[in-house]
Ligand binder design. Sequence first.
Ligand SMILES: Cc1cc2nc3c(=O)[nH]c(=O)nc-3n(C[C@H](O)[C@H](O)[C@H](O)COP(=O)(O)OP(=O)(O)OC[C@H]3O[C@@H](n4cnc5c(N)ncnc54)[C@H](O)[C@@H]3O)c2cc1C
Length: 412
Amino acid sequence: MERCTYDVVVVGGGPAGCMAARYAAKAGVSTLLLEEHGTIGEPVHCAGLLSTRALAESELQHPERCVSREIKGAVVYSPAHQLLLESQTQRAFAVRRDLFDQELAKAAVKTGVELMLRCKVKTVRTGDAGCVLMVATESPHVTQKITARVVVGADGVRSTVARSVGLRATQRCLSCTQIEGDYEAESDYAEIFVGNGVAPGFFAWAIPLGNRQRARIGLCIDRRCSSQASPLAFLKRNLAEHHVLAQKFGGEIVHRSAGAIPLPMNGCMSGKTAHVTHGSGVLLVGDAAAQIKPITGGGVYYGLRCGKLAGEQAAQACLTGDMLVLHEYERRWRRELKREIAFGLMVHRLRCAMNDTDYDTLIRTISKSELLERIQAKGDMDYPSLALRGLIRNPQLLPLMVRSLVKYLYTR
Ligand SMILES: Cc1cc2nc3c(=O)[nH]c(=O)nc-3n(C[C@H](O)[C@H](O)[C@H](O)COP(=O)(O)OP(=O)(O)OC[C@H]3O[C@@H](n4cnc5c(N)ncnc54)[C@H](O)[C@@H]3O)c2cc1C
């Protein structure tokens, strides 16, 4: 690398970072994308379930090349009941995240982004003369200094950029684990498993892949309501004993991963994702900014959306020389997602207070009422509140909701 000064440096080559870099370069400013690993998209820590909308948001010419299977709906299992959900409005896809991220990075480079792999950002300092990044490179013991007017921290759930400049958007993380292996999947249907013995505070999943008898099987837990600190203990038990998972799991595991999902600060208002000085600025985007759906943990679509906003605002700050326009980033993404995230956090709180009987009541009630039709007609995996607001207010479920709320407030 010859040049060491850029208008915009984006840290992290995931979906949010690739999109932020692409949009900054598209606006005409010099842009560098730094990724700590040697290959974009690896290692994978994702179930790869994306909506049609998320694929469109990627603006890839051929997103279908990253798709391993179309998903038509979901079967939801509570301990004693099950429910088939078929969306009338939306399709979803099981995507290969390694290929997807690589295509996003290629598109960014095509737009003019300079990409550097095996570059781990150690610290970022901001000042009126710009941002200074200290970067560990491939050569052992060599630390390179890079300067930028704006840094975009797209470096995931344990963001070094956020820590360096004192930004915090995450209240705590859900712990996740996943395997890819042999599985007798419901053809074209994702399977979701809820219950405190299965995945306390969240859910477990099996996502069918390709044509073969293979699936991604995983789960997340919220440690606050879990008897065990590690999600692995639950995964092992599910694969050995769960009345559906154990029966369908074939025994062979080809890939294992662990990861974390950031929960946004309460109401998503108290967290901060922009740090601005007179001559420089830092923005956080994607998981680094906790821009995820608390109900499902999905973050790719929001990361792509907010990546565009971050790239645009970073470029505008450089082109006008007015770093104050970076504050507009925070306003813009919150305007789009605040309500959805706040609603998701409320649902997550209720879920944390539910027991297995509550889950059974919920699934049984939905399957026997007009609610099912409403969910199927209005269900939207990127904006789940559209269908779920009605659910929470439904008279048949009101006692359960009130009980869960009281339990949550009492046990908190
Ligand atoms: C088990 C699991 C399953 C999931 N399933 C889904 C799903 O089905 N659908 C969905 O939409 N979302 C899912 N998610 C969430 C999704 O994976 C994330 O929301 C998404 O990857 C966030 O994108 P990002 O670009 O913000 O961060 P990431 O994809 O995490 O990318 C961050 C990048 O930054 C790099 N990096 C980190 N630190 C540094 C540094 N110091 N210097 C340089 N580079 C650095 C990393 O190597 C990485 O490439 C899942 C998450 C987990 C854990």
